[in-house]
Design a binder for this molecule. Structure first.
Ligand code: HEC
Length: 139
């Protein structure tokens, strides 16, 4: 009986760990997509590529990804470069996720114009939400 209990425990612990790893990898894939989108936007703004017409599409993609990012830090998904403070200071962390979403939605609106100064400012505001959160919550 005791051996059976130990077996059941081992199974449930190992499936827990597997689930965590998948959650962490999923989060990192979503974050990488956000990073790639921001990288492409940066190349346009620095005029390393002449693709200004892609800005509105990339801004829309970023806004959608920022919405997806709201759900990639569930309880029990500790790991990767995510610091434990994310779940200890969950209110501050949630505010930072909201700030990312709001800044990305604002950028999506602004990107419909051809006003490069406003677009630059809106992207700068998004970038500050990335850096602020990484500084506090990413290893
Ligand atoms: C609310 C907090 C928060 C915000 C805002 C945020 N990030 Fe992150 N980001 C994290 C955390 C935490 C990790 C580490 C995740 C892990 O390793 O599980 C991470 C990881 C990453 C990674 C590495 C992914 C990998 O493959 O390991 C990239 C790239 C990234 N973020 C880009 C961005 C960009 C670009 C922005 C802004 C547009 C942004 N992040 C906004 C918290 C945030």
């Amino acid at each position: 009986m005791r051996r059976f209990a130990a077996f059941v425990l081992a199974i449930s612990v190992s499936s827990l760990i597997a689930a965590d790893e998948d959650q962490v990898e999923y989060r990192q894939e979503v974050m990488s997509a956000i990073g790639g989108t921001m990288g492409a936007i940066g190349k346009i703004l620095k005029e390393e590529v002449d693709r200004p017409n892609d800005l509105a599409t990339l801004a829309a993609a970023l806004a959608e990804l920022a919405s997806t990012a709201q759900n990639v830090f569930p309880e029990g998904s500790e790991g990767g470069d995510a610091l434990p403070e994310i779940w200890e200071e969950s209110e501050d962390f949630a505010e930072r996720l909201t700030a990312l979403k709001d800044a990305a939605s604002n950028f999506r609106e602004v990107a419909k114009s051809a006003d490069m100064a406003e677009i630059g400012a809106a992207v700068g505001a998004v970038g500050r939400t990335c850096r602020g959160c990484h500084h506090n919550y990413r290893e």
